[in-house]
Design a protein around this ligand. Sequence first.
Ligand code: PMV
Length: 318
Amino acid sequence: MKKVTAKAPINIALIKYWGKEDELKVIPYNSSLSLTLDNLYTVTTIEESTSGFSFTLNNKVVDGKELKRVYEFLKLFASIEELEKIKVSSTNYVPTGAGLASSASAFAALSIAANKYFNTNYVFDKLSSITRLGSGSACRSLLGGFVAWEKSGMVYQVNSKVNDFVMISVIVDSNKKEISSRNAMAISIKTSPLYKMFVDEANDDFSKLKLALELGNLKEIGKLTKNSALMMHAVMASTNPPIEYLKEKSYEIIDLCDELLELGLYCYPTMDAGANVKILTNEKDFKKIIQMLEKKGFIDYYISRPGEGALIIDEQDS
Ligand code: PMV
């Protein structure tokens, strides 16, 4: 029985991607830069099947649109005939669709599992350009640490002088989001008067963040991170009709981060297409931040550190 299992982490963008210049090739309007996390991930197995193609997510058989999305993606690696001879099962060790980027880890895991299972042997650049067709941000989950996804399509690791970062993901709402990021960003491009400004600023801030990471300029790293998230959410708010992923609790956490920053802690929030707030902090300060979060009733959180990229964890062929 042939069987391949891959594991891929989630990544949290510090400089956000929000919109495609080319929908078909998934070319973003701006470059983005993320941090890969060590303990939130997807594990995906592709194995031989005698009963046709199936896809199971978190032990539940998936059908409809989601099944089609996976099937269409796998057609980039295999023929329909080959696909009818496999089954795919995935487990998300992260709340699905809650703004914790589970589609990024999902498509990164699927991509490297398929590349191995079907012996396509795509080189990294080709594999990353395929992976982003599943979900744009998924191409950043292929690599570990800080990862750049340039507008040109290039995906690569960014050197950082400091590596004791800690990311606290505070769960505000683990329900599935009402509007997918894919649809939401397309409406933003068409209707937000702030969109062009966001893109220009993101491209500038991308270069600034790369430099700040190389120099270990902590304050600058934090400021750029927070600013990019706020800019993206301003674009969402000025989209017509407005897109609002953040909840009252999200704003409470953002305010708490401001208070803690004033007190001298390293504490910068970032938010994606969901209500959860991720806090960029470090080894020195994260325990104090958690104490404060718990005091305010935020007891559901994950503590992550920079992690490695997607990899094959098991392979059998007998
Ligand atoms: O990968 P997508 O198409 O789901 O887009 C995700 C976009 C954000 O998570 C909101 C920002 C980012 O750069 O990850």
